[in-house]
Write a protein that binds this ligand. Structure first.
Ligand SMILES: [Zn+2]
Length: 403
């Protein structure tokens, strides 16, 4: 396994496949996404955006820097300051956000919310900064700037179970899409905790009932919850059996209370909602690092940076390749044309090395008869299709692009 892990090291593959790089001039732990990596990431973002929208999440965005008093209210100033970056604007102290919760709370508070509006789900690809010590940084796994697939769900305590069931369905679809198996762990009330026993019992039971009813087996970390609520940790198992901590689902009554978050109840009184913090990937950086190692760079079609490579045998075949490339772009499929002066075999070898899912060689027959000679790397087969068959096959693949 160690041998295999070495081969799959995402830092090595990231350089080979030109996905990302780090640069001392820019600073440690600050990834630079190269075009291939940015295309892959863009596809993952798009896929997830749709997955959130069909589950009634609303996209929101908060600012990168917030007044320090917000971090005092949240408690980060007192408890998390050494991991944050601060700056000064107009003589006032500001903190760069290490999490997105505060922005989402202020967005929730921007309008009067009725019980009928709950659960209310906000999501954001939230860019956060945390000060990691220089010794612990490791490729994309530990960085100082990263983007969370973050969501906050505001609901009543009675809705917690239903919300968790929905989140579990989301997690399951996503994990299956990328061929991961996964494990769950529930962390319960620690010794030092806020909130009354009724809150802890109801929310912990809600989490466990949701898991039980969906037939999940899960571990329990007795007393391992945060001081403000119980949580579920999602642990991914990759292709070579390694376990990765990624997403979490965290029930919280602390921040709503600190920020005075309220909604109007059925009886026309004010009540405090529960806030559920939820990330499934955890962060795009870490998850893409894991995906790279899991697939050993052989990304599935849906997220592959380049999905098709066209190899025209001679100059006279380039125009057909260009026409195909344009048609694929309209389908939001990325392709490249390998028309350099290298020999045909060398170009095929280069395409193979880049682990691109589909390679299409174009010669006289293909141009004259509007045909496609396709090598499908994932299926390890070669086939000859008409251009129309090829396009409808790609459309079919695209239509299955859903989580
Ligand atoms: Zn949060």
């Amino acid at each position: 396994m160690l041998e295999e892990a070495k081969k799959r090291d995402h830092r090595k593959l990231g350089t080979e496949l030109e996905l990302f790089t780090f640069n001392e001039e820019i600073g440690a732990g600050l990834p630079l996404w190269l075009p291939n990596g940015a295309r892959l990431r863009g596809k993952l973002e798009k896929l997830l955006y749709k997955a959130h929208r069909i589950r009634d999440y609303e996209p929101v965005r908060g600012p990168e820097i917030l007044k320090a008093n917000q971090w005092q209210t949240s408690g980060h100033y007192q408890n998390y300051k050494e991991n944050m970056y601060f700056t000064e604007i107009d003589g006032q102290e500001y903190g760069i956000k290490p999490m997105n919760c505060v922005g989402h709370i202020q967005i929730f508070k921007n309008s009067l919310v009725s019980y009928r509006d709950l659960p209310m789900k906000f999501f954001e690809y939230g860019v956060v900064h945390r000060h990691e010590k220089s010794g612990v940084m490791h490729g994309l796994f530990r960085v100082r700037e990263f983007t969370q697939d973050d969501a906050h769900i505001f609901c009543t305590p009675a809705q917690v179970k239903g919300v968790i069931i929905e989140v579990l369905e989301f997690v399951d679809k996503l994990m299956k899409k990328f061929d991961f198996t996964y494990e769950m762990e529930v962390s319960t009330k620690p010794k030092k905790a806020i909130g009354d026993d009724a809150f802890w019992e109801a929310t912990t039971k809600g989490i466990m009932d949701a898991l039980d009813e969906n037939g999940y087996s899960y571990g329990i970390d007795e007393g391992g919850g945060a001081f403000y609520g119980p949580k579920i940790d999602i642990k991914i198992l990759d292709a070579i059996g390694r376990k990765w901590q990624c997403g979490t689902v965290q029930v919280d009554m602390n921040l709503p209370s600190r920020f005075g978050v309220e909604y109007i109840t059925e009886e026309n009184t004010k009540a405090q909602p529960v806030m559920i913090h939820r990330a499934i990937l955890g962060s795009f950086e870490r998850f893409i690092g894991i995906l790279t190692e899991h697939y050993a760079g052989e990304f599935p079609f849906v997220i592959a940076p380049t999905q098709v490579i066209f190899i025209p045998i001679a100059e006279s075949h380039v125009a057909y390749a260009k026409e195909l490339r344009r048609e694929l772009l309209a389908l939001e499929i990325d392709s490249e044309i390998f028309d350099k002066n290298d020999s045909l075999n060398k170009r095929i070898r280069t395409a193979e090395k880049q682990r691109v899912p589909m390679i299409v060689v174009i010669g006289d027959n293909e141009v004259e008869n509007q045909m496609i000679a396709l090598r499908d790397r994932r299926k390890r087969e070669q086939s000859n299709l008409t251009k129309d068959e090829f396009i409808s096959m790609l459309k079919q693949i695209k239509s299955e692009d859903e989580i």
